[in-house]
Ligand binder design. Structure first.
Ligand SMILES: NC(=O)c1ccc[n+]([C@@H]2O[C@H](COP(=O)([O-])OP(=O)(O)OC[C@H]3O[C@@H](n4cnc5c(N)ncnc54)[C@H](OP(=O)(O)O)[C@@H]3O)[C@@H](O)[C@H]2O)c1
Length: 327
């Protein structure tokens, strides 16, 4: 028995991916075999597919940190054949073959049953990017960020940013969308952005230790100077969630936003967050935080993954990319 997967190999010319027929793994105790019907593309998958150091331990390897599908065999007391399930993060797509393949073999503790209001496609429209957005928003809610002032979202057209804009708008926040693609105003407004801010203009005036406090909080998906400036513009007792580094892994700040305005900076690590938190976020995304992402999602086949990988590495993706596996 075999399945198809986009497998990446290290070659003399660099890392190369191709679709391969692979044997179905032997089911181990405490594990579950899942037929993946949908997966999604996240920034980390693009790093894994191109051999960027620190993501994948050993090649040949099948990337894909997200999978939604149906249990086909189980040696777990919690899952039975036919269950519709979603798996995001942990070691999947890093050291355990992931969702760019039609079958995954994963420990039961990584698996969540899909809530009844969501389909397998819906959960992959959300994916790790959306779960990260939800975790980021949760931190703002837990910090009691009021909706008297707008909330700033960076990388707003990207996977995490776009879902954050959708959820915050649903929760009645005025969302300011910071973007390098200001010409895509219509798309951002459809997502729920109230104001579009051009990334270059935002950074034009430089970063000060404290700036005018115009935001109640922020969701930063890019890091670097944008995170520094977001912190300096957050008002008293506000909060910022930070999850990404596409604009830079380092950022400068001072103690002033923290000791003069009492703001909080929350780090988000979606992959390794507890399964209880993931279950809670999926429940919220299937109820009070449910957002329709179908207009912001493109569905592709596995054979068309490579140009999408290049696009996400260039910061040119808008919204989400879902991979539909063969019937
Ligand atoms: N910590 C976690 O748990 C976690 C989970 C998921 C993702 N992440 C990280 O979050 C980040 C975003 O992931 P994603 O899946 O949303 O990626 P994505 O879809 O590629 O979105 C990133 C967005 O950032 C903006 N951007 C790109 N290059 C930039 C630059 N040089 N300077 C400033 N902004 C830039 C672009 O949006 P605009 O053109 O609209 O500005 C781009 O669409 C990545 O660093 C990823 O590794 C972290």
């Amino acid at each position: 028995m075999s399945y198809l997967a986009y497998q990446v190999k290290e070659t003399a010319e660099g890392f190369k991916g191709s679709i391969k027929e692979l044997p179905i793994p032997t089911l181990e105790d405490g594990n579950v075999l899942i037929k993946v019907n949908y997966s999604s593309l996240n920034y980390k998958d693009a790093l894994a597919a191109t051999g960027v150091k620190g993501v994948v331990k050993e090649y040949p390897f099948t990337p894909g940190i997200d999978s939604a599908g149906e249990v086909i065999d189980s040696r777990s007391n919690n899952f039975v054949r036919g269950d519709h399930v979603v798996v995001t993060g942990y070691k999947m797509g890093m050291s355990v073959n992931g969702g760019f393949g039609g079958i995954i073999h994963v420990p039961e503790r990584w698996i969540v049953k899909i809530p009844k209001n969501l389909s397998q496609l819906n959960v992959m429209e959300i994916g790790t990017a959306g779960l990260t957005a939800a975790a980021s928003v949760k931190k703002l809610l837990d910090s009691n960020v009021s909706n008297n002032l707008p909330v700033l979202v960076s990388g707003a057209t990207g996977g995490v940013g776009s879902v954050a804009v959708n959820i915050l708008n649903k929760l009645n926040y005025k969302v300011h969308a910071l973007t390098g693609k200001p010409t895509h105003e219509k798309v951002l407004v459809a997502m729920g952005a109230h104001e579009i801010i051009d990334r270059n203009e935002f950074l034009d005036s430089g970063v000060r230790p404290l700036d005018k406090a115009v935001y109640g909080g922020g969701v930063d998906t890019v890091g670097g100077d944008i995170l520094s400036k977001m912190l300096s513009m957050t008002s008293n007792n506000g909060a910022v969630s930070c999850c990404g580094n596409v604009a830079g892994a380092n950022f400068k700040s001072s103690v002033f936003p923290f000791i003069l305005r009492g703001i909080s900076l929350h780090g988000i690590d979606s992959a390794e967050s507890s399964i209880e938190l993931k279950k809670h976020l999926w429940e919220m995304l299937s109820s009070d935080w449910s957002v329709s992402l179908s207009d912001q999602t493109r569905i592709i086949e596995l054979k068309d993954i490579e140009p999408e990988i290049s696009k996400i590495l260039d910061g040119q993706q808008i919204g989400r990319v879902v991979i539909k596996h063969g019937e």
